[in-house]
Design a protein around this ligand. Sequence first.
Ligand code: ATP
Ligand code: MG
Ligand code: MG
Ligand code: MG
Length: 435
Amino acid sequence: MRLSRFFLPLLKENPAEAQIVSHRLMLRTGMIRQEAAGIYAWLPLGLRVLKKIEKIVEEEMVRAGAIQLLMPTLQLADLWRESGRYEDYGQEMLRIKDRHEREMLYGPTNEEMVTEIFRGTVRSYKDLPLNLFHIQWKFRDEQRPRFGVMRGREFLMKDAYSFDVDEAAARKSYNRMFAAYLNLFSRMGLKAVPMRADTGPIGGDLSHEFIILADTGESAVFCHKDLVDMPAPGPDVDWDNLEGVFEARTSLYAATEEMHDEAAFAQVPADKQLSARGIEVGHIFYFGEKYSKPMKAVVNGPDGEITVHMGSYGVGVSRLLGAIIEASHDEAGIIWPESVAPFDVAIVNLRQGDEACDAACEKAYKALTAAGRDVLYHDTDERAGAKFAAMDLIGIPVQLIIGPKGLADGNVEIKHRATGERHTAAFDDVLNQLT
Ligand code: ATP
Ligand code: MG
Ligand code: MG
Ligand code: MG
C-alpha cells in the first residue's frame, strides 16, 4: 500500500472524549470513528487489524475442532421466549419490530439460535461431539458504552457452541476451548489469565473468564502470580488429553471480583498474591441442559433419547484491539505485535522526489510485496521527522528507512518499533532478509 493512495486520517490532537490510551490511540490513528454512542465505523487501518485478529481466532478454533458457520444478526423474539430469556435479558437487548409487527431483536449472543439449528438438523449421538462457531456482530445496549471498542454497543464477537452426550464429554469440549483460548491470545502477544467466573445471564456452573491485566481494566481480579507468565500449551498439545493443561492453571488461585474468596486467596503465599485490574477478553461456559432441555435439543442414543449437554465460548474480537493496545504502547504510539500489525513493514523515503531514493523505495516496495509482506510505503513529501512520527504512532513493527546519504554507500537503515533499535545495513542484505 502506498500511503498517498491509502486512507489514513490521522488526528493531530488528542481527542478530548477518550479517557484511556487505547481509545485515544485508535482515534488518533484513524482506526475507528464513532457514528453513535458505542457504534463505530472501522476505517481501513482498524479494519486491517480487526481482520488479522479474526483470522487468528478462526485458525485456533478450527485447530481445536470447531466448525465455522454464520448466523444472522437479527433473531426472532419467539425463539428467546422458548428459553425464557426474552423477558430476562432486560434493557441490554435491542428489540425491533418488522413491518408485519413481528417482534425481533438484534442478537446479543446466539445460544438459542444455535440450539434451534442443532435440534432441526442433528439426530444421532454418533454426530457428537460437535462444536459450531461464528464471528458475527452483536448488539448490546450497554448502559455506559465507553472506552471505545472496549465497551461498544455494536461489537464483533467470536462465539462457539459445543454439543455433547453427557457432562464428561462436555468437559472435554470445554477443555479444548480452554486450551485454544490460551493459544490464540498468546499468538496476539497477550498474557491472558483464565479466572473462575460468574456465569451471569448465560447460566451454568463451570465458567472461566480470560483476563488481560491492565490498570484501565473494568474488573477487579485476584490471582496467583505464577499464572501470568505461564506459557500457552501450543498447537501440538494432545487435544484429546487436556486435563493436565486445565489442572495446571486452575489449581492456582484466580478469580474475578464476583467469585473472589478472601479466605482462599489468603492461602496463596503473600509474595505470590496479585490483586489487579483486568480486561475480560474471553469467557467460556459449561451449562449442561440449560437450553437443550426447554428447547428440546435431543439426539437418539444407544438406549433412547439424550438431551445434549452444551457449552458456549466467547471472544471479544473487537475489544481485543483495545486490549492489545493497552498492553503494548509507549509515548510515541502503538506497538503492534507482528501477528496483528496492520502492516509488517513501513518504507520511509527520506527524500521523496530524489531519483535514487525513489528508485530504491520502489524496488523495496515491489520486492517485499512480491514476498507476501504487508508493506506501507510512506511516499508523500512530508519531512522525515513527520514520517517517523506517523509510523511510530501507527505502530508498524519494522521501518525500512531509505535516504540519500546511506544510499550513496549502498546502505539503508532498519528500525524496530518495539525496541527503538536502529541499525545500518547494506540495501541488498536487508532486502534478502525481509523477503
Ligand atoms: P462484560 O463483563 O465486559 O460486560 P460480558 O461478560 O457481558 O462482558 P460475555 O457475555 O461473556 O460478555 O461475552 C463474551 C465476550 O464478548 C466478553 O468476554 C467480551 O470480551 C466481549 N464483550 C462483551 N460485551 C462487550 C462490549 N459491550 N463491547 C465489546 N466487547 C464485549
Ligand atoms: Mg456485559
Ligand atoms: Mg463479564
Ligand atoms: Mg462474560
